[in-house]
Ligand binder design. Structure first.
Ligand code: FES
Ligand SMILES: [Fe+2]
Length: 454
């Protein structure tokens, strides 16, 4: 095992990234490495704890578990959102489980201690039987957890010293604000238990290099410029674009929303220039315009997609270290969250997000049961991604395999992400981590390896 001692760090990082485009395999299963993540990463990062539509009314709560910690996120009487360590201060029973509503506060099932939705202890049953030092009022309230809301979700951080949420998730937050992420609503929410390390699971989705091999149905002739420009046929191009949108929409059961596919289909007779690049930009402009207009006419909050394009915000993916990313497409998006369940086990969730007129939002999807990765209820595209993962995790244990060799140009985000992680594992102070976070919280697709300069 090579241990790299960084000049800025008291903590040596095992299996650190030394060659920028190589990832040592032990980072995906070594129990000591995993333990370092447990102690040095997860307690210091902002985590997407729940979507706000899960807790619309005062007293609504949602439990968020990370490793062996549990946090209860509560909608307070003043409509603010607060979070507490989810544990009774008498003998440690978890107070809340899953999701629900407790306008009257939480009652511990064991001996009946009571807590308000503001975390205040409101009742100690038979309190006269306790000695004075066990009844110090300030010590009986639920212990608060840092909590902020942004982008339609509540976020928690177990470190009271961490910088505010926004400082840690830029420029992701700015780009998603332009997309009006806060007005997206969940149409469905699914969860998968994957027999792989959490980083391996994430890395299956953050590059486009795998698309042609893993998702051959997305290899659609007519979408790319022909070798001889004279062969370009705008009619074939439009058909290919429509076919792509349908395959994406069905493959993800969203992301490209079925409603946006219908909008695109109304443009199928659009006259396009006979030159590829001009035809593509004309097509995109008309489609963006039609999507924006149609959803605004329905009464939805939707960004002007052509303005997003002009200002450079029309990114197909936004990454938010360490466990969340979103893929916005036209009016809608797919949103992902990853949590470790062990060195080689991951809980991965997908939300399909779209827009609704105010007052016409659907019921919030139920907290998902954990499907296996080959469950037939998964849409076709995630099933294809999952099918590689278990094989890859097993392959990493092969004696002959030492490290992943990354494409410097197509898989650079994976290197950037791992070096960001090494910054946390080295115990770096936030002022060193923040500039690096800004380099990771970007569109990871085709991101090259960048200098992290801790
Ligand atoms: S453990 Fe909660 S009241 Fe006893
Ligand atoms: Fe994929």
């Amino acid at each position: 095992m090579t241990i790299v001692e960084h000049k800025w760090s008291a903590l040596p990082v095992p299996y650190a990234i030394e060659v920028l485009d190589r990832v040592p395999k032990e980072r995906y299963y070594d129990p000591d490495f995993y333990q370092m993540e447990v102690e040095l990463l997860w307690p210091r990062v902002w985590q997407l704890a729940c979507r706000l539509e899960e807790i619309p009314e005062p007293g609504d709560y949602a439990e968020y578990q990370i490793l062996d910690q549990s946090v209860v996120v509560v909608r307070a009487e003043d409509m603010g959102v607060r979070a507490f360590h989810n544990v009774c201060r008498h003998r440690g029973v978890r107070l809340a489980q899953g999701r629900g509503s407790r306008r009257g506060g939480f009652v511990c099932p064991f001996h009946g201690w009571c807590y308000g939705t503001d975390g205040r202890n409101t009742r100690v049953t038979q309190s006269g039987a306790f000695s004075e030092h066990n009844l110090q009022a300030a010590e009986l309230d639920l212990t608060p957890v840092r909590c902020e809301t942004w982008g339609g979700s509540a976020w928690i951080n177990l470190d009271d010293e961490a910088p505010p949420l926004r400082a840690c998730i830029e420029p992701f937050a700015t780009v998603q604000d332009e997309w009006r992420a806060e007005s997206l609503r969940a149409e469905w929410w699914y969860a998968c238990r994957l027999p792989v390390n959490w980083k391996l699971a994430e890395e299956a989705f953050v590059e486009q290099y795998h698309v042609l091999a893993t998702h051959p149905q997305l290899r659609i002739p007519g979408r790319v410029p022909p070798r001889d420009p004279a062969d370009f046929d705008p009619r074939v191009f439009v058909e290919a674009e429509l076919h792509y949108l349908r395959v994406m929409s069905e493959g993800m059961d969203g992301m490209v929303h079925a409603r946006d596919v219908e909008i695109a289909e109304t443009l199928q007779d659009l006259e396009l220039p006979a030159e590829y690049q001009l035809a593509r930009s004309t097509w995109e402009r008309h489609l963006n315009d039609a999507v924006t207009r149609t959803h605004r006419e329905r009464g939805c909050v939707v960004p002007d997609l052509n303005e997003l394009q002009e200002h450079g915000f029309n990114e197909p993916m936004g990454y938010c270290f360490p466990h969340h990313f979103v893929l916005p497409m036209y009016s809608s998006a797919s949103s992902y969250r990853f949590r470790p369940l062990g060195p080689e086990e991951t809980l991965m969730e997908i939300w399909s997000l779209t827009r609704f007129p105010e007052g016409a939002e659907p019921e919030t999807p139920p907290v998902p049961e954990w499907w296996e990765s080959d469950d037939p209820r998964w849409p076709p595209i995630p099933i294809q991604d999952f099918s590689n993962l278990a094989r890859q995790q097993r392959g990493l244990h092969d004696k002959s395999f030492e490290y992943m060799r990354l494409s410097e140009r197509n898989e650079g985000h994976i290197s950037n992400f791992h070096r960001m992680l090494d910054g946390f594992l080295a115990g770096l102070p936030y002022e060193k981590l923040l500039p690096a976070l800004r380099k990771v919280n970007v569109n990871p697709l085709e991101m090259p390896v960048v200098e992290m300069a801790f």
